[in-house]
Design a protein around this ligand. Structure first.
Ligand SMILES: [Zn+2]
Length: 180
C-alpha cells in the first residue's frame, strides 16, 4: 500500500536517501503534505521520508504534538527540512526514544545536546536551525533515518542484540495473529 509505515528491518531504512533537486514542484509539496499527515495519524513528533517509502532526503517535525516533552519550549516547532545536514554538534545528553519503525521499542541512548542544522525549504531557500534538547534530539533521530541509520545503532552490541531479538519475536507473534 502506498505510504504505509516501513518497519525495521525494511531495506529502505538502511539506505542513504537521494538528495532532492526538484524544489518548488508539486511533487515535493505533495511529499511533504503526505509526510505531515502520516506523521499526525501515527502520532509521531518526527518522520523521515524513507519511513513511508519516499526515497529522498526529507524530514518533517512537529514538537507541539508531544506536550510534556515540550517544557521549556514556548511553542512547538513545526517544520519540513529538505536535504538537512548536521553541521555542528555540542554536548551530550541521555535521550529516551521510540521510533515509528520499531513499534514497542523504547531505548535510552546518548545524543548531542545542541545541534546546528543546514537544510532547504521546499522552495529551495536556505534554512539554518540552532536547536537544543528535545528538538535537537528529534533532528538527530530523523536526519539519521535519511542516512540509513537506525537509533539502535547507538546501543552496545549486547544491548542491541537483546532489543532486536525481543522486537523480532514480537513482530513474529503479531504476524501470526494477523497483524503486521
Ligand atoms: Zn525513527
Amino acid at each position: 500500500m502506498a505510504y504505509e509505515i516501513r518497519l525495521w528491518p525494511d531495506k529502505i531504512l538502511k539506505q542513504k536517501m537521494k538528495e532532492v533537486d526538484f524544489f518548488g514542484t508539486e511533487k515535493l509539496k505533495d511529499y511533504v503534505d503526505t509526510m505531515f499527515s502520516r506523521m499526525y495519524e501515527l502520532e509521531g513528533v518526527g518522520l523521515a521520508a524513507n519511513q513511508i517509502g519516499i526515497p529522498y532526503q526529507i524530514i518533517v517535525i512537529d514538537t507541539s504534538v508531544r506536550e510534556e516533552e515540550n517544557e521549556g519550549i514556548e511553542e512547538g516547532v513545526k517544520i519540513a527540512l529538505v536535504n538537512p545536514k548536521i553541521v555542528h554538534k555540542e554536548g551530550q545528553i541521555e535521550s529516551t526514544e521510540g521510533c515509528l519503525s520499531f513499534p514497542g521499542v523504547q531505548i535510552t541512548i546518548p545524543r548531542a545536546k545542541r545541534v546546528v542544522v543546514k537544510a532547504k525549504d521546499i522552495e529551495g531557500n536556505d534554512i539554518e536551525l540552532d536547536a537544543e534538547d528535545f528538538l535537537a534530539v528529534v533532528l538527530q533521530h530523523e536526519i539519521d533515518h535519511i542516512n540509513g541509520i537506525p537509533f539502535i545503532k547507538y546501543l552496545s552490541p549486547v544491548k542491541k542484540k537483546m532489543v532486536l531479538e525481543k522486537y523480532m519475536k514480537k513482530r513474529k507473534e503479531l504476524a501470526k495473529a494477523g497483524g503486521q
